[in-house]
Structures are given as C-alpha cells and as structure tokens.
Write a protein that binds this ligand. Structure first.
Ligand code: HGY
Ligand code: MN
Ligand code: MN
Ligand code: MN
Length: 410
C-alpha cells in the first residue's frame, strides 16, 4: 500500500469544478456559510460522495459525514474533512482542499479496491469561517461540546437571519445530534495560509498545534452633531476615538512581537453621513497569540487602551469578548502518522503551528487529531488571488491518504 498515490488531475479538476460555485469578482470565491451557493456546493459534494459509494449523514448543525464502509462496521471511522464556506473575498482552496482531498482519498481507495478495517469518512463543517455568522468554527464547536446546540442555531448574521433558520431554508438541518457521531481519529488537510512553507521550501507542514484567538465586538458611543457648527472642543466624535483604538490595537501586536497578530476587520459608522459627526462606531477585534498568558495580557492591554482613549473625551465604550479559542496541541500519535507519511513519500516537511483556526482545533477535543499543511503562493489567503499548485495539493493528499490508512488499519 506504500506506493498508493492519489490522482492529481482528478483532485485538481474537482477543486476547479467546486470553484465554479459562488464565483468571486476576481477569480476566487464568495460562498458564504448557508447561502444558496453553499447549498449548491454541499449538494455537489454529497452527489460525488454517493457516486463513490458513501452513505451520508447530516447533523443538526448541518455538519455532513460521508462514510466509506470498513470491514469492521463496529469501529469508529477515521475521518477527514474541512469546510466549504468561504470568506467574501475567498480563494478556491481554503477549506475546500481539505474536503475534496478527503473525497480523493476515498476515490483512490475505490480505484485500488483497498479495504480498511475502520470506516473512512469525509466531513464538511458548517460556518467554519465565522464571516457571515460569528464565531468561527461554530459547528465543529457544537460537535465538540464547546457550544450548546441552541447557541449554535441562534447565531445571526447582520440581517438577523440565524444559522437555525438558514439550515432549514437550504435543507441541511439534519437529525443527528452533534457529537454523537464517533470519530476514531481526525485529519484535516489545509493550505498553510501563511508564508512559512514556501519560504522554507517545504512541501508538507506537520501541524503540531494552533495559536489561540480572542474575538471582541466594540461599540463606541459619542454624539452626532453638525459638522459645520460644532466647535472642535465640544465634539464627542466616535470615529476619532475608534481610529485611535485601531492604531492602539495594531501597537498591541507590535509590542508583543514576533508572534502576536491583531486585526480590526469590520467597522460600521453611524449615522454614516458626510456632514454629521459620527455618533457611534461598531468594530470587531481579532487578537491572536500562540501563548495563552500573552493572549490574556493582550486583552488587558486592549481594555486599558480603550478606556484611556474613550474616558477622557466622554465616549462610552462597550467592549465584549465574544469568542475565545485557546491555543491547542494536536495528538502526538496523529502528528507522527503525518510525519511518517510525509517522510516515507519523500516530501520535505517541517513542524508548524497554525496561525489560522480550523475545525480540527475543536475536533481535537473529542478525537485524536492532526493537520497537514501545503504551501500557498506568497502565503496569501482570505484573498481571491489564493493559489496552490496541483503538485503540492496532491502531495498533501498523499500524506492524508497514508496517515489515514495507518489509523484505519491499526
Ligand atoms: O479565522 C480563521 O483563522 C479561520 O479562517 N476561521
Ligand atoms: Mn479554512
Ligand atoms: Mn478561512
Ligand atoms: Mn479556518
């Protein structure tokens, strides 16, 4: 079985086929969670898996499991997978590669009539991106028992549509209770979404863990007033305060270099009129660091910066930590299965910590888990220009195949 390899062209063709669903405006994808495009992508994935002889189950958070039977049906499956939802300016590979690499593993096992002892499964996790509905990874979080089902269903987008309603609307609110689906071992293949593998000229990232993240929502409230008549010393300009806070947030990353990263991704100004002084600003804040204590300290620095900016000028600040995902380490046996598979295949590889969050981070709480990274061009992701080579993607898929085989026959 050592020489078993996946079909590089078939993997690439499936990625390009899926990329036609929810096209962006610059060659990438905009397939937001639980949108009609997400449904279309899910339907295509399900059809392909059924054609490959898999049985399909869907849980109450819309997580999909496509199962290829093993010789011992009593064994829990070895599962892979990722997500099909994308950022608004998403690429063709973030998440999708992990889903379709899993399908390619199943197609390759079928081609060669390989029987595994444990079943093999491919999963699709709902709303991994956290772009349409916050927080990210919410459905794998419900599966792992981090969030309860009501919380998961109640997450709403900016139009007030909830995950529960949208699952119903697109026909993916399944019957299975999230978390009741046993997993023997979980592997997620993903593009690195950063520049390290490319810079180090390595084909495979052996992902040993992921950094922690804290998401915040801030509402700064001053008072609207006339842009022409209000003296500067009588203003409570929420946007001036927010702008100082954005700069302070950037400085928190620089002060905790080299690993800290901070981002303000969303900002809504109200009333958003060119000749009215902004009365309030809503903004999102994303803090990340591999070390939990540093991440907590960064939150303290954020809170004192916010008070220091707003209090003296009478701006009311509400700053809520809406999500905390701690740094995690993956399962040593699964990590070594990845390392062995990469080494045996002769791929240059290195250990790496994920800067991004992934469903694997939550699944690692309920099953032995590891991840496989492949390089992406210039380390660019969450950008329509996201790009990876067919060769690297096939290499990652070969490592996935053999890491899964090691755990499915053990
Ligand atoms: O934000 C992240 O790390 C991931 O894309 N959900
Ligand atoms: Mn992803
Ligand atoms: Mn992403
Ligand atoms: Mn992710």
């Amino acid at each position: 079985m050592k020489n078993l390899t996946v079909n590089q062209d078939r993997l690439w063709d499936s990625l390009m086929e899926m990329a036609k669903i929810g096209p962006g405006i610059a060659g990438g994808n905009c397939r937001l969670a639980l949108s009609d495009f997400d449904r279309e992508g899910r339907d295509l994935f399900v059809r392909w898996c059924q054609e490959a002889g898999c049985s399909i189950t869907v849980d109450k958070m819309g997580n999909i499991f496509a199962r290829r039977p093993g010789t011992d049906p009593s064994m829990a499956p070895v599962t892979t997978g990722s997500h099909l939802d994308t950022q608004p300016t998403g690429g063709k590979f973030d998440g999708v590669f992990g889903v379709l690499a899993g399908l390619e593993v199943i197609r390759t096992l079928n081609d060669h009539g390989v029987e595994t002892t444990a079943p093999v499964e491919v999963s699709v996790w709902t709303n991994e991106e956290g772009s349409r509905f916050a927080p990210a990874m919410v459905a794998s979080g419900v599966f792992a028992g981090v969030f309860d089902l009501d919380y998961g269903h109640s997450r709403a987008d900016i139009d007030g549509k909830t995950i529960g309603d949208e699952l119903e609307r697109i026909g993916y609110k399944g019957d299975e209770t999230p978390g009741e689906h046993p997993i023997r071992a979980f592997f997620e293949a993903h593009i690195e979404q950063g520049p390290i593998l490319e810079a180090e000229e390595k084909t495979i990232g052996v992902v040993t863990g992921a950094q922690g993240q804290r998401w915040f929502e801030a509402t700064l409230t001053g008072s609207e007033s006339h842009a022409g008549t209000t003296p500067m010393n009588r203003r409570k300009d929420a946007l001036v305060a927010a702008s100082k806070l954005v700069t302070a947030i950037n400085e928190i990353a620089l002060a905790n270099a080299p690993h800290a990263v901070t981002t303000v991704g969303m900002m809504q100004v109200s009333p958003n009129s060119r000749n009215t002084i902004p009365g309030s600003v809503f903004m999102t804040i994303d803090l990340r660091h591999p070390d939990d204590a540093t991440l907590s300290r960064m939150e303290e620095e954020l809170r004192s910066a916010c008070a220091g900016i707003c209090d003296p000028v009478g701006i009311a600040a509400e700053l809520e930590n809406i999500w905390y995902s701690p740094p995690i380490s993956f399962d040593p046996d699964c990590v070594s299965a990845v390392k062995n598979a990469a080494g045996t295949a002769g791929y240059g590889n290195m250990d790496i910590i994920s800067g991004a969050g992934h469903d694997a981070c939550y699944i690692s709480r309920v099953a032995p888990t590891a991840m496989i990274f492949v390089p992406c061009e210039d380390g660019v992701s969450h950008n329509e220009a996201e790009s990876a080579t067919p060769q690297d993607l096939a290499a990652g898929c070969n490592v996935l195949l053999h890491a899964m085989l090691e755990r499915a026959s053990a």
